[in-house]
Write a protein that binds this ligand. Structure first.
Ligand code: NAD
Length: 252
């Protein structure tokens, strides 16, 4: 692991109990940041906490549904109360949603994906901005996707939400640069996590791997390194941008 020198920083990671979020939480903790993990389920939160605490930092957990604004407001208040302040927010929680074309996509499924993957990022970003404004500094990283730049058949709600996250990030970044807050989005290619591995069979995963120049899927740790760099002072002149970490997917 590379140490991104985040001692005395406090980071919150939504969806931090699994996959990319857990890898981000772990690398930020390895780099010295205290961590608040926000996720849905007690068991997964507890398991993640045990893992993070091995790095010798403070780790708290918040059971929060990011699509519920009141739940997000409460989780942020609790996080600040317990860890003192907020320097880094990784707004990562997300779901895939069902595979259906636009003409057949059920409205309730559409709303669920948009509420979690788009509105949830907005609620978390807003509370992070409020907390960071009081410090006069901070870095927010919103988890978009390659599907924030291009489409993918059968995932119209996901594609729309991720395109929205890229735009939301730019809008907030130019508005809050003067507050000392940097805001960027990250666009992973297909990554081996439960979100992908549990819904696609081997043949589909192999076909998807071929769409990346590197002919493989990425790992959560490969995404976490980009996130940790964006969280660190090494990226101090970087804001309002979208960063792919996609093994060459978007070059085609
Ligand atoms: N895996 C990929 O190929 C890939 C590619 C590009 C972008 N992403 C994005 O990365 C992020 C993380 O995905 P992952 O692949 O690690 O998936 P994952 O399923 O392993 O982890 C997602 C986590 O988010 C949590 N979560 C879901 N809904 C939530 C809610 N309403 N409130 C709070 N927490 C919630 C889940 O409980 C889970 O712990 C998502 O935003 C996803 O869209 C993933």
């Amino acid at each position: 692991m590379i140490n991104y020198q985040l001692e005395s920083k406090v980071a919150m990671v939504t969806g931090g109990a699994s996959g990319i979020g857990l890898a981000c939480a772990e690398l930020l903790a390895f780099s010295g940041a205290d961590i608040a993990i926000w996720d849905l389920h007690d068991d997964a939160l507890e398991a993640a906490k045990q893992r993070i605490q091995k790095h010798g930092v403070k780790c708290i957990t918040q059971k929060v549904d990011v699509s519920d604004q009141q739940s997000v407001i409460k989780a942020m208040a609790d996080t600040i109360k317990q860890l003192g302040h907020l320097d880094i927010a990784v707004n990562n929680a997300g779901i895939g949603g069902p595979f259906e074309k636009s003409g057949d996509y059920k409205a309730e499924d559409w709303l669920n994906v948009i509420n979690i993957n788009f509105n949830g990022v907005f609620y978390c970003q807003q509370e992070a901005i409020k907390a960071m404004r009081t410090n006069g500094s901070g870095s927010i990283i919103n988890m978009a996707s390659i599907l924030g730049q291009v489409a993918f058949e059968g995932a119209p709600a996901y594609v729309s939400a991720k395109h929205g996250v890229v735009g939301m990030t730019k809008a907030a970044a130019i508005e809050h640069a003067a507050d000392g807050i940097r805001i960027n989005s990250v666009g992973p290619g297909f990554i081996h996590t439960p979100l992908v591995d549990q819904v696609m069979d081997d043949a589909t995963l192999n076909a998807i791997a071929q769409k990346h120049a590197m002919k493989r899927l990425g790992t959560p740790e490969e995404v976490a390194h980009l996130v940790a760099w964006l969280a660190s002072d090494a990226s101090s002149f970087v804001t309002a941008s979208y960063y792919p970490v996609d093994g060459g997917y978007l070059a085609y």
